[in-house]
Design a protein. Structure first.
Length: 304
């Protein structure tokens, strides 16, 4: 299986030693390495009757690249741990591998190693490494009172796509695709860092939930202005058709992996980012200065 996954796959120059030994060797020109890991479990994060194996592979890479980007870093390498039943078809393995390698190649990184084990269900776990290019990491704890908060990427699309699939539909295609293979704007993480971002996070659990992480770490309150939250017309159309609240999806839907960052002033916000909140004295996250009271819980939590 390892040979099948790795054979004839190209590696970038930063991979000094790729698959085949007990461990890989990756260049670290900055002298520091950003490291993160994310796990996708069949039945929890994906269903093969909703998504093809290649889409699952792409989704696994996207989640990790978004975390690297949220630190203000560029990705340098991926490690893959794949668990699956012995009955798993080679077509599923090939599809997962193709999706992972294609997404990695688009980001300019290689899959430098990993592990394969047997399990009762498919589990895809990816570790991503990143390079800060000499900059300080953009942490969750750096937001200051008076900062503005801006977002880059779509909000609520993955939640809308999941609701569409739950109801047995396969369109609108854009929403379903956003759930199957999110496209985080990971190249914008370093852009925000260069622009002086004081704190940053990706919306893996939902805008309110992930802003809550910044608020808690920075000991501030973040007040979201609902009229500024980017809610696409397509999202409103789907919500209307399904009897749902588009704003609630944008505020609480996870797995879009949009980037949300704090900046000292609005003039510092990079092009393409949308200001949607302010950092104030206090604690927690509010919407229009009030506690969120809309439909749905503010973000995903395992074991809840």
């Amino acid at each position: 299986m390892i040979d099948r996954i790795t054979a004839d796959r190209p590696q970038p120059d930063g991979t000094l030693l790729g698959p085949g030994d007990d461990a890989a060797v990756v260049a670290a020109p900055d002298g520091r390495v950003v490291a993160t890991v994310d796990t996708l479990v069949q039945g929890v994060h994906f269903r093969l009757d909703w998504s093809g194996p290649e889409q699952v592979g792409r989704k696994a890479v996207a989640a990790n690249l978004a975390d690297v980007a949220a630190m203000g870093a560029i990705p340098t390498a991926l490690l893959l741990s794949l668990a699956c039943p012995a009955s798993t078809s080679t077509e599923v393995v090939d599809g997962l591998a193709a999706g992972i390698w294609d997404a990695a190649s688009e980001a300019g990184v290689g899959v430098v190693g990993g592990d394969t084990v047997s399990a009762d269900q498919i589990v895809v776990s990816i570790t991503a490494l990143g390079d800060l290019e000499g900059r300080a990491p953009v942490r969750r704890s750096g937001a200051k009172v008076g900062d503005v908060v801006a977002v880059r990427g779509v909000l609520g699309w993955s939640a809308a796509g999941m609701e569409v699939l739950r109801r047995g539909f396969r369109s609108p295609v854009a929403m379903v695709a956003a759930h199957r293979t999110p496209r985080p704007p990971f190249t914008e993480g370093p852009v925000a860092a260069r622009a002086g971002a004081t704190a940053m996070v990706d919306t893996s659990d939902g805008l309110l939930a992930d802003l809550g992480h910044i608020a808690a770490a920075s000991r501030v309150r973040i007040d979201v202005r609902s009229e500024l939250v980017p809610v696409a017309d397509k999202l409103r159309d789907v919500a209307s058709a399904l009897g749902k609240d588009a704003l609630a999806w944008a505020l609480t839907g996870g797995e879009d992996h949009a980037l949300v960052a704090c900046f000292r002033e609005e003039d510092a916000v990079p092009d393409g980012w949308t200001v949607c909140a302010d950092v104030r004295l206090g604690t927690g996250v509010s919407v229009d200065a009030d506690r969120w009271g809309g439909a749905g819980d503010p973000g995903w939590r395992h074991w809840r």
